[in-house]
Design a binder for this molecule. Structure first.
Ligand code: FES
Length: 175
């Protein structure tokens, strides 16, 4: 054992440590790249999807067969809607359809104009009721009592191929 052997051993050890460090850095870099891909791609798709949807002017969805709605009555019905993100998952919203005349409809959002609680319609009194703070709306959506100051929101609607369609983009997404 002399100094030269000791130096060679030390150099071997240093080279070994250097290799381990290099591999550790590569593995960390690879992990970071994979992580960025896994997180970044869905986020990018969501952003693209949102921006494409934002550019769509209308989003017409079927609320039901027009003639199935009884004349003069308010009927709750469900409308399929996508969540608006990259997943394309379908969701459903409830709206209230008022068939005022043969070809004339009013479609109300279910959200109370106070703090967006879901309202219900009472056929006896012909009023909408909000369970949260006692808001009451007339059949035409005008607020009658409680905190709401604005009338119920309405969706634009049309008859297309015998179906009543509503434009989901005609309301703010929160309603
Ligand atoms: S949320 Fe409807 S009355 Fe407050």
């Amino acid at each position: 054992m002399n100094i030269q052997n000791t130096v060679i051993k030390y150099q071997d050890h240093s080279i070994h440590m250097e290799n381990r460090r290099t591999w550790a850095i590569r593995i960390l870099a690879l992990g970071g790249a994979v992580g960025s891909f896994v997180i970044g791609v869905p986020a990018l798709l969501a952003a693209l999807s949102a921006s494409i949807q934002g550019r769509q002017k209308h989003a017409w969805r079927t609320a039901g067969i027009a003639n199935d709605f009884k004349l003069g009555q308010i009927t709750p019905t469900e409308v399929a809607t996508d969540r608006g993100d990259w997943s394309k998952t379908l969701d459903r919203i409830t709206v209230f359809v008022w068939r005022q005349a043969d070809q004339r409809f009013v479609v109300f959002s279910r959200s109370c104009t106070d703090l967006s609680c879901p309202i219900t319609f009472d056929h006896g009194s012909e009023c909408f009721f909000c369970p949260c703070h006692g808001g009451i709306f007339a059949k035409n959506g005008v607020p009658l009592a409680g905190p709401p100051k604005r009338p119920l929101y309405r969706y634009a609607n049309r008859i297309h191929d015998g179906n009543l369609e509503i434009d989901l983009h005609s309301l703010h997404p929160a309603h």
